[in-house]
Design a protein around this ligand. Structure first.
Ligand code: CKG
Length: 320
């Protein structure tokens, strides 16, 4: 696991002649003061952390090496790091600054989103009006567009993974279950020798299913995710922002899956017609027939959105 980034700090030391020297050293656990837990995964914990030297706050994701090896999750760990490294510098995606490790753990030093989850805000106010849904939907869509342009499929998009920064702009997180499409510019290398500690790509790709309410039908029927799977989840999120609940939700996961593959959902009375039309063109069973990102951007629901960098400079609408 090659560490990433110039996680360097300066440490004051004295050389043999007693001369004070500044030594460049890689950042490590000792360089941070750890705070509250922001989230727990099956093999990771995310803590708030303050850099002792710069006092900058980060979200540090800590992964237990033993557990990763035991659960054969090495591939997931590398996929997340590679995905985050490919998604550099987009305002709507949580940034990975650098990584380091010690004998027991791997550490990702990530951008901290102080506004918490979009889901938390939604639960507090019940549902968003059209203007807020349009703004947050547009920000989420441009972040998805950035991922897809770089061959990254998130595969688990949901309001819990859409965080908010201190300007109430979105930051998408948790690429631990992402799928990286082969880079068309790179020749495919020779097949790798069998390694029992590594879960096969095909198994990994097949074994993963996202969060029930947002899973696309193709993931349930033929176990394969594609870019359009993220747009299915996007349709579910837009529906949920306006309705206050996801379109497919039943008593248990199996019943939710049945609703999805049966396209069994309806709109509450008074649902805005333009949003309804957009959602009906996204929640389409055949992934090939779902709207493309370009068509979504031109849909009347997003009339008035300026799709450039201005979207990230403008003030977030007051959530009411
Ligand atoms: N799995 C992760 O990579 C991850 N998980 N969290 C916290 C989760 C809490 C449950 N919902 C999904 C996110 C984070 C990250 C990345 C990096 C990251 C950056 N900032 C925050 N900030 C939060 C602030 C308040 C509540 C929750 C998260 N959280 C994270």
């Amino acid at each position: 696991w090659k560490d990433k980034g110039a996680a360097v700090g300066l440490r004051e030391e004295y050389d043999a002649s007693g001369q004070l020297v500044l030594k460049q050293v890689k950042k490590g656990v000792r360089d941070f003061v750890f705070g509250r837990t922001l989230g727990e995964g099956s093999y990771s914990t995310v803590l708030l952390a303050t850099d002792r030297q710069t006092l900058k706050e980060y979200a540090v994701k800590i992964l237990d090496k033993k557990h990763i090896i035991k659960e054969k999750k090495i591939k997931y760990v590398n996929i997340e790091k590679d995905a985050l490294n490919q998604l550099i510098e987009h305002p709507g995606i949580i940034r990975l600054f650098y990584t380091f490790q010690d004998s027991s753990s791997l550490y990702y030093v990530l951008e901290e989103a102080s506004g918490g989850e979009l889901l938390g805000v939604l639960k507090k106010i019940g549902s968003f009006d059209e203007e807020c849904t349009r703004f947050y939907g547009a920000q989420i869509l441009t972040a998805i567009e950035h991922m897809h342009e770089r061959g990254v499929i998130h595969r688990d998009l949901k309001p819990e993974n859409v965080l908010l920064d201190d300007q109430m702009h979105i930051k998408i997180t948790d690429f631990g279950t992402a799928k990286l499409l082969p880079d068309p510019r790179k020749p495919v290398g020779p097949p790798k020798p069998y390694d029992p500690t590594v879960e096969e790509e095909s198994t990994r790709a097949r074994s993963f299913v996202g969060t029930a309410e947002y899973v696309s039908p193709e993931l349930l029927t033929d176990k394969s995710a594609c870019k359009a799977s993220d747009l299915w989840a996007f349709g579910c999120i837009i529906y949920q922002l306006l309705a206050g609940r996801p379109p497919f939700k039943a008593g248990n996961e199996y019943q939710t899956f049945q609703k999805i593959v049966g396209l069994d959902y309806e709109f509450p009375p008074g649902f805005p017609p333009a949003a309804r039309d957009l959602i009906e063109r996204l929640l389409v069973l055949d992934p090939q027939r779902r709207l493309s990102i370009e068509h979504i951007k031109n849909h009347e629901f997003f009339d008035g959105i300026k799709w450039g960098r201005g979207l990230w400079r403008q003030k977030a609408p007051r959530l009411k």
